[in-house]
Design a protein around this ligand. Structure first.
Ligand SMILES: Nc1nc2c(ncn2[C@@H]2O[C@H](COP(=O)(O)OP(=O)(O)OP(=O)(O)O)[C@@H](O)[C@H]2O)c(=O)[nH]1
Ligand SMILES: [Mg+2]
Length: 435
């Protein structure tokens, strides 16, 4: 027996009526971390961001998706009825559909475009990508997503009535419906090559920062947690911070001078979401490398979200996926201004080592900066060195970037005891004092 629930909405204003009308479909797997209603509510926000109005949502309780049609065939019939009743143009599934599921659903639900969460997220990414690298990364992800789905998808998009709108912004040139796998493969290779070029520029910038011995701090967190608001607050950057999902796709790096004079870099980058498509994680590798190459992560949490803990877990899962799980981190409880004083106490008791802030109001920022200083100096090593006098470069590096504990001049050079940031240790490796 199938169980489930259907919710419908009255059409909104005339303006909304012009937006694409969408039916959302999920599966209730009985997952307590992400109850299906919550996941569908998030899907509705994503649909809204992409420009679709949700006219009905429905779900079915299933232990695992039906391999043929994702939902059961009876439920698919019900969705087809919903589409008719609400004059919907698009049906959005809350999980990634396999190419054959998608093709079968297109047959079972005629007259509507069938897309999944992945296509929707890709769609938003393509709306929000600004830089050349961001656009290329999105194009890569889309083409990789499209590749196994070519037949079904093109046949579907070939119909004029279905073209355009949510889930179909597949970039320039993609209206050439006759495109075949070989061409897409070629395109993927070309994009990868272009990205590799850009990546080497980025690598050079990163190396330059490394040579300067700056610790690299990255902001990570669920989309809409307040990362961009925080980088603006910390560094006076003017990154767009707004109440919409995936406002930031492109990384921004700014310098921050800590109270003791040490300069670090802070990088704001793309936010995470549960069920983040793997194609996106792969395509955004160089952007995500900003995180996996950093020395310290500020994991920004939105305390006003009822899903904060599940969002935190989703962030930790993705950090593991990109190999960043063991980078030192500070948990930052953001939007504390939205909690009442009792709730604040509960929150602080639950995360006693976290930093509580309001990026918006600038509360708790000094303490956060203090914590960043502490963690950065924790990784300093104490070195005893003898630097020959003809290595003025190293002597000045030591004085400008390290904390000198003691120094004395001897015949063989300058004897130094210093606290040295991790990145600079290699520069001094040949000059360790022996004995
Ligand atoms: N009340 C309150 N709102 C905040 C705070 N920090 C951020 N916001 C709001 O939360 C929304 C999202 O903020 P962003 O800084 O854009 O979030 P983000 O993490 O960069 O989001 P993405 O770039 O989409 O991943 C904006 O409307 C901010 O004004 C805060 O401390 N308190
Ligand atoms: Mg942002």
């Amino acid at each position: 027996m199938t169980q489930g629930r259907t919710t419908t909405f009255e059409a909104g204003s005339a303006f909304e009526a012009e937006r694409e009308r969408a039916v959302l479909v999920g599966i209730d797997r009985g997952n307590p971390e992400w109850p299906v209603e919550e996941s569908l509510a998030e899907l509705e926000r994503l649909a809204d961001t992409a420009g679709a109005e949700t006219v009905a949502t429905t779900y079915q309780r299933l232990a695992s998706p039906n391999p043929k049609t994702f939902i059961g065939s009876g439920k698919a019939e019900e969705v087809a009825q919903l589409v008719k009743a609400h004059d919907a143009q698009v049906v959005i599934f809350d999980d990634e559909l396999s190419p054959s599921q998608q093709a079968n659903l297109e047959r079972a639900i005629p007259g509507a475009k069938i897309i999944d969460r992945t296509a929707l997220v890709l769609d938003i990414f393509s709306l929000h990508a600004v830089t050349r690298e961001g656009r290329l990364q999105v194009r890569l992800a889309k083409n990789q997503y499209l590749y196994p789905r070519l037949r079904g998808m093109w046949a579907h998009l070939a119909s004029n009535r279905m073209g355009g709108g949510v889930g179909s912004r597949f970039g320039e040139g993609e209206s050439q419906l006759e495109v075949d796998r070989r061409m897409v493969r070629k395109r993927i290779d070309r994009i990868k090559k272009e990205l590799a070029k850009l990546e080497s520029d980025r690598d050079n910038q990163r190396k330059a920062r490394l040579r300067q011995g700056m610790s690299r701090v990255s902001l990570v967190g669920y989309t809409n947690a307040g990362k961009s608001t925080l980088i603006n607050r910390l560094t006076g950057a003017d990154v767009l911070a707004t109440d919409r999902l995936f406002a930031t796709l492109d990384s921004t790096t700014r310098k921050l001078v800590l109270p003791e004079g040490r300069t670090v870099t802070i990088t704001d980058t793309v936010g995470f979401i549960q069920k983040l498509p793997t194609t996106l994680v792969e395509a955004f590798k160089s952007t995500l490398d900003e995180i996996s190459d950093s020395d310290l992560m500020l994991i920004v949490l939105d305390v006003s979200s009822t899903k904060m803990e599940s969002q935190y877990q989703a962030v930790l899962d993705i950090l593991e996926q990109i190999g960043a799980q063991s980078i030192p981190s500070i948990t930052v409880l953001n939007k504390m201004d939205l909690l009442g004083s009792d709730e604040r106490e509960v929150m602080m008791a639950r995360y006693p080592t976290a930093c509580a802030i309001s990026a918006e109001l600038g509360q708790g920022i000094d303490e956060l900066v203090e914590r960043i200083s502490q963690v950065c100096s924790d990784s300093d090593a104490t070195l005893s060195l003898v630097i020959p006098f003809d290595r003025g470069d190293l002597i000045s590096l030591a004085h400008s970037k390290c904390t000198i504990v003691a120094q004395r001049y001897e015949e063989d050079g300058l004897h130094l005891s210093l606290k040295c940031p991790k990145h600079l240790q290699a520069s001094f490796a040949d000059f360790a004092e022996i004995g």
